[in-house]
Write a protein that binds this ligand. Sequence first.
Ligand SMILES: [Zn+2]
Length: 129
Amino acid sequence: MPHLPGFRRAGEEEASPAPFARAIRRSLPPLGRLRRERRDLVRAREGRLRDLGGLMLEMFRRDRFRQELLLGRCAELVELEDRIAELDTLIAAALSRGRSRPPVRCECGAAVFWGARFCAQCGRPLEAR
Ligand SMILES: [Zn+2]
């Protein structure tokens, strides 16, 4: 069977899961990198879905269905979607980490909470932050 145009052979994108696997083992990567990686994966998913539809149509045209090929592509897509779901979890974790930063302190040393205009302990006016 000839190579279908615009269709990647298996194994060409084997490298893409590796950065994610490394990221999981280390501490939480920066939010920007997670979002970039997720965006790339979502884009790759869209392309693969299109390819899968094209492949199926081509098989229909040739009246020659190769079920194992379709199943393989579907399995790859599900794997990709699993990684996107994992990234969503990491992004949610990164976002909640950003919210739990320690409160800023007044010159007197008292903890000051977000949005406060005066220090509750000494009454100093606080700069807008
Ligand atoms: Zn104070």
